[in-house]
Write a protein that binds this ligand. Structure first.
Ligand SMILES: *Cc1c(COP(=O)(O)O)cnc(C)c1O
Length: 441
């Protein structure tokens, strides 16, 4: 890991005296010394608040606690903290106490869609497995803000085993996404145990880990941790950089360690007002990510969680950002912009429109430069009748383990295998009238 900067030396010594600098790269030391009070924050950064500001901030912290790693604190710009993207993600704002009628404690219905402890099962073939209630830093924009700081605990083995049992007894689960909290706040041994248990389940093809430690505590990515991870391949890691300023030398070192261990790296960014709601900042960020072998994966519209209203942008801002990236830069540097459906519908991709019009066998498209073009479709195409009886089809799937395939949603309407011709919302008056008439006859 790189030598600490003069600023980091100053902060280390203010925390722990002249010998503390030698502990700077120790993630346990960083975690033990997270900054949780206004006094400590002022004393370490030299930033001073007025008495009135302090009263408002104390009220905010009482509701949504603060925790900042000394490392992330060292990235705050003390000369212009109020406009600083690092400060804004780490330091409370009294605006967090403003809630609107459309704000929710659990907008993604993660607690409702939870069939077993620590498990959210929303999609057909993959689950979210919350194995940690601990984070190195409390991000002010956390979508699970309802849980931040209430119980900083690691689920015990019995609880984790209940989640593992759920996965073992559901053979459709081929992809397990470890989340939290932050899974990398577990000890190497505990993580190793969980990964070993999961790897013993034959239908688990893929394990993914979502972590913000490369951003807020890069020293967590030790050689020992990486040695644990690489034993259990395929392991994918998804991290959470929101601003190019976060891609420091320490962060780059952490990313390189994982990439060198053959771990594919992705990144999810949350679109945040006053932090990264700018096409130039976002382009700079995705460029820095791909330079460090990290593939931008998702750009999230900010969720409707309580306490996040000041971070939200209109959806148009996200579309503007995607418009400024597609075609203008490396294709795989462009993340998918998604809105996570309130009420638990999952992620919905949102894009600028490229398909302008369509006639019989001709499509009208526009490109990123505004060129309008046509694509001629074939005049004749033998439609393939697909009732999903693949053994009778001339296309060769021919996989021994090609499993029975059930489709849902729009894909179900498209499929010939199903008699369904409409998807009808629940509680449609027209349908209720039909039911009533049926009962009356
Ligand atoms: C995001 C998410 C996943 C993973 O979705 P992908 O699109 O496969 O990355 C799985 N489960 C839940 C509940 C999620 O929110």
């Amino acid at each position: 890991m790189p030598i600490p900067s003069p600023r980091q030396k100053e902060i280390a010594e203010r925390i722990g005296g002249p010998n503390a600098l030698s502990r700077w790269h120790d993630w346990h030391w960083q975690h033990r010394h997270t900054v949780r009070s206004l006094e400590d924050f002022q004393q370490l950064t030299g930033i001073a608040f007025t008495e009135a500001e302090k009263r408002e901030l104390e009220k905010t912290i009482a509701h949504f606690p603060m925790s900042i790693t000394p490392y992330y604190l060292s990235l705050v710009d003390p000369d212009d903290c109020r406009n600083d993207p690092v400060f804004r993600q780490a330091f409370p704002s009294p605006s967090e106490l403003v809630t609107y009628p459309w704000d929710m404690a659990d907008p993604l219905a993660e607690d409702i869609d939870s069939p077993a402890p620590q498990i959210t099962h929303r999609y057909p073939d993959r689950v979210l497995f919350h194995i940690s209630n601990v984070c190195a830093m409390y991000c002010r924009h956390c979508t699970r803000k309802r849980k931040v700081g209430d119980i900083d605990s690691i689920p015990d083995k019995a609880t984790v085993l209940e989640g593992i049992e759920y996965i073992r007894s559901h053979p459709q689960v081929r992809d397990v996404l470890l989340s939290g909290g932050d899974p990398f706040m577990l000890s190497d041994n505990y993580l190793d145990w969980i990964l070993t248990e999961l790897r013993q389940i034959p239908h688990v093809e893929l394990i993914r880990i979502g972590t913000r430690t490369p951003v807020v505590l890069p020293y967590r990515i030790t050689d020992d941790l990486v040695a644990v991870l690489r034993k259990h391949h395929p392991i994918w890691v998804n991290t959470h950089f929101n601003h190019p300023r976060e891609v420091t030398t320490s962060a780059r070192t952490a990313l390189a360690r994982m990439a060198d261990a053959g771990i594919p790296l992705g990144n999810q960014t949350v679109l945040l007002a006053g932090v990264n709601d700018c096409p130039r900042i976002m382009k700079r960020l995705v460029h820095k990510l791909v330079q460090n072998r990290v593939r931008p994966y998702y750009l999230y519209q900010c969720d409707l969680s309580e306490g996040l209203s000041h971070f939200r942008t209109p959806v148009g801002k996200g579309i503007e950002i995607i418009e400024s990236l597609i075609g203008h830069t490396t294709g795989f540097a462009v993340p998918t912009y998604v809105i996570d459906a309130p009420g638990g519908g999952g992620k919905i991709p949102v894009m600028p429109n490229y398909l302008i019009s369509w006639s019989t066998n001709k499509v009208i498209l526009r490109n990123f430069e505004g060129v309008i073009t046509t694509y001629k479709e074939p005049d004749s195409y033998e439609p393939i009748f697909c009732d999903r009886k693949c053994e009778r089809c001339s296309l060769q799937l021919k996989l021994d383990d090609a499993e029975e395939c059930r489709v849902t949603g729009i894909a179900q309407l498209i499929s010939d295998a199903d008699q369904r011709i409409t998807l009808v919302p629940e509680m449609l008056e027209r349908m209720e009238r039909r039911d009533e008439e049926l009962q009356n006859t």
